[in-house]
Design a protein around this ligand. Structure first.
Ligand SMILES: Nc1nc2c(ncn2[C@@H]2O[C@H](COP(=O)(O)OP(=O)(O)OP(=O)(O)O)[C@@H](O)[C@H]2O)c(=O)[nH]1
Length: 358
């Protein structure tokens, strides 16, 4: 149910790192059209001997099975290597030829890390902090952009703040969405009165369980439980009290059937269904017996009942060693027939469906 919205998909990261490298490479053409020939050496040193190998290493790292664990650290390190090699290039261009090499790469690398590689807020904060520290050093040590030096620093800093605020907004929005999604999933699977599975969830889980049992040849047992003379109970004690009895039945079933593979669900109204796997026939009989006994020990008054002076239930169940021909609908139909027989035999009892001998 918990899906991490920042789950690292190494394949996607690989593709994005490829796209990033392609964008970076395309800049080479644009850069060379404005760069004086005297600076081509330092330019190629920065691009071909630092940035390109860093991108290739990044691309290769994404093939490592443990890559997702180190995604944050890798992206931050790669981006800082790209950003600082750019700073080095800016300084060299200015020192060698007084050429003001564009500073905007710092912003693009940082925003790429934040919004494309989806690093988390703390990593983004550290990345932006270290990148900005370098740029501040550059600004105050080398007057590369003359009068625009300080404005450029402000521009870099504010772009990073915008990136961080954007990331924060997206993350908190996604967190809220995830929580709502989690609640909605719960609401759609759980019966609101009894807090056990609803019919829809039972249908899905039973189908899955049956398929699993088919593979291993386990047994399956379906119990259908129905409160006796419940219409009269509601009429006599009121619906609110009736709801409490329904809740109690759900709680009692959850106490009896505790295995993680057990499916306890409200089938509808005052009817419940339980699916258990891998029990013996004897165990199933004992379980049915316990369902009946629990009401006998509760002794909740029901003076309008024709059977007992307290609330009771009837149980129909069907046990089958699952094989490839087993069908969910047939299994339930048989358990339902057994319930019908239990009602016909005077209620407050359990009946197992048995195949008629031919
Ligand atoms: N309080 C309450 N009553 C419910 C709920 N769902 C169904 N019921 C009532 O359960 C009663 C079921 O009545 P019937 O199906 O006639 O069955 P019964 O009176 O239990 O008779 P037998 O099953 O033959 O013992 C109806 O009166 C429904 O209104 C619920 O969520 N809360």
């Amino acid at each position: 149910m918990h899906t991490d919205f920042r789950k690292v998909d190494a394949k996607l990261i690989r593709l994005l790192s490829f796209v990033g490298t392609a964008i970076l490479s395309s800049f080479i053409i644009a850069d060379l059209s404005v760069l004086p020939a005297s600076l081509e050496d330092v330019y190629f040193t920065s691009r071909l001997f630092v940035q390109l190998p860093v991108c290739i290493i990044f691309f290769l790292l994404t093939f490592m099975p443990s890559y997702p664990k180190f995604h944050q650290l890798t992206v931050c390190s790669v981006m800082l290597a790209l950003i600082y090699s750019n700073y080095w290039l800016i300084i060299q261009c200015w020192k060698l030829d007084g050429f003001a090499f564009p500073y905007e790469g710092t912003i693009i690398y940082s925003l790429f890390a934040i919004f494309v590689f989806r690093i988390n807020f703390i990593s983004a904060l550290i990345l932006c902090g270290i990148a900005l520290a370098g740029y501040t050093f550059l600004t105050f040590s080398y007057p590369v952009y003359g009068a625009s030096n300080f404005i450029n620093l402000c521009f870099v800093a504010s772009s990073m703040v915008v990136g961080l605020l954007g990331l924060y907004q997206i993350d908190s929005g996604l967190k809220k969405l995830r929580m709502v999604n989690f609640k909605l999933t719960g609401l759609s699977q759980i019966d609101q009165l009894t807090n056990i599975f609803n019919r829809g969830t039972y249908e899905i889980r039973f189908s899955e369980q049956l398929e699993l049992n088919k593979r291993v040849g386990n047994s399956v047992c379906v119990f259908i439980i129905d409160l006796d003379s419940f219409k009269k109970y509601n009429d006599g004690y009121g619906h609110v009290q009736g709801d409490k009895v329904i809740k109690l039945q759900a709680d009692m079933l959850s106490q009896i059937f505790r295995r993680t593979t057990d499916i306890v669900a409200r089938y509808g109204g005052e009817e419940f269904v339980v699916v258990t796997s891998n029990n013996t026939e004897q165990e199933c009989e004992k379980l049915a017996q316990r369902i009946i006994e629990q009401w006998q020990s509760q002794k909740i008054p029901h003076n309008d009942s024709n059977e007992q002076d307290h609330v009771t239930c009837s149980v129909g169940y069907y046990f089958e060693v699952v094989n490839s021909d087993s069908e969910k609908e047939l299994i339930v139909e048989k358990a339902d027939k057994a319930l019908y027989q239990a009602k016909a035999h005077g209620k407050n009892c359990f009946v197992r469906y048995r195949e008629k001998r031919t």
